[in-house]
Structures are given as C-alpha cells and as structure tokens.
Design a protein around this ligand. Structure first.
Ligand code: ZN
Length: 228
C-alpha cells in the first residue's frame, strides 16, 4: 500500500487487533489520529500498550479519553464491575453464555460516536476500529450491519456524506489478524488482551483463551507470558 496522504482516525485499545490495524493504517494514511478510551475497565493496563506503540511508531496524535465515570452506566459487565471475570478450563467452554458476561453494552458505539465528533471537528473522512469476525457473535456493535447503519447515522449526524466508518477486519478471524500483524512486524508481546489486567496475562479468561487459540491456529509462536 502507498500513502494516500489523507488523515484517518483509529480507535486503539492496546489489544492485538487494534495494534495490528494501526500498523496497517500508517502505511496508507497520514497522519493517523489515535483515540484510546478509559471506561472503567479492570484491564486499563492496555493503555500502557497503546502508549508503547504510539511512541515506538513515532506517532504524535494520541488522545486518551477518560470515560471512567461511565463505569456505573455499564452495570454488571464483568469487565467494569466488581463481578468476577469468568475463567475457562478449555476453549470449548468459551460459550456465548460466558462471553455475554464480558459484554460492555454499546461500548464501541460510544467510542465511535466520539470518534465521529473528533473526525468531524477536524474534517477527517475515515474512522477505523478493529472489530473482527470472532467478535460478531457476542458483541452486536462489531457486526457488519451495525457498522453500515452506524456510518449512515453518522453521515446524517454531522451532515457529511463522505464520512466512512470502517471495520476492515470484520471478515477476519483473530488468527488471520495474528498472521497479518506478523507480516507488518507487530511485536505482539507488547500488546495486552487479558481482562484481568494483572502483571502478566492470566491465561484463563475468555480473552486470553482467544489470544492463545489465535496464535495456535496461525501457527505463530506466542511470546505472551501467561500465569497459567
Ligand atoms: Zn486473561
């Protein structure tokens, strides 16, 4: 890909998917404006990963937006409340019932709304986020029909028909993203996926299981340090 010299906005958490997306985008868009959100997540450690990659890639436009007050809005989500993060003993236990406990309602829609405001204020047309195929069953605001409809609403909301909301990984699995990130030289050991947010990845939360599984399926060595 060659640079098209156009600016873009990315929502980047510091996780494996959005960090890979950032590496892809900087080859085409310039500058890439990065938005990272604090929303009361237990694993706010992911912000350190986001900061690490912004620094490493020599980027400047990074805004960390503090929505920690929304923690109570999100109710019983195990990611933001005192409820325990579910633990698995195998990837087969990664059932929708368990995964639903990790849903933060309308999270991406809230982040995207802020990204639309940010982009509109700066006359930026392109807004990216790292929703992927493995998310679509559990997280409604990662589905292609949501993205399409959100883009249509955003165009109306800021009266800009050129605005595009893009989830380029929506047809890719997490293992596809691991392969892509490897091709772009992403240092995955510096990304953060674990919902627990402890010193190292717990290895047993749904996100750790998905991460392990993605590397295994991609047949790429996983340098992540896991507790279990
Ligand atoms: Zn974990």
């Amino acid at each position: 890909m060659s640079k098209n010299g156009e600016p873009a906005v990315i929502i980047m958490s510091g996780g494996l998917d959005s960090v890979t997306l950032l590496h892809v985008l900087i080859n085409t868009y310039d500058p890439v404006h990065i938005l990272t959100f604090l929303y009361g997540q237990k694993h706010n450690k992911e912000i350190q990963s986001a900061k690490y990659f912004v620094r490493k890639l020599g980027l400047n436009d990074h805004m960390i937006i503090d929505l920690n007050n929304l923690q109570t809005v999100f109710g019983d989500s195990t990611l933001t409340s005192s409820k325990r993060i579910p633990h698995l003993d195998s990837i087969e236990n990664r059932t929708s019932k368990i995964l639903k406990q990790t849903v933060v309602p309308f999270r991406n829609a809230i982040f995207l709304s802020i990204a639309v405001a940010y982009a509109s204020a700066r006359k930026i047309k392109y807004i990216f986020y790292g929703a992927h195929k493995s998310d679509t069953a559990t997280y409604p605001d990662c589905r292609p029909e949501f993205i399409e409809s959100f883009e249509a609403s955003s165009k109306l909301g800021v009266e800009n028909n050129e605005l595009q909301v893009i989830g380029p990984f929506v047809d890719k699995t997490k293992s596809d993203i691991v392969k892509l990130g490897t091709a772009y030289g992403v240092d995955f050991s510096k990304t953060w996926s674990c919902y627990e947010g402890k010193e190292i990845h717990c290895g047993v939360c749904p996100s750790c299981y998905e991460r392990k599984n993605a590397f295994r399926k991609a047949r790429i060595k996983d340098d992540t340090r896991y507790s279990t």
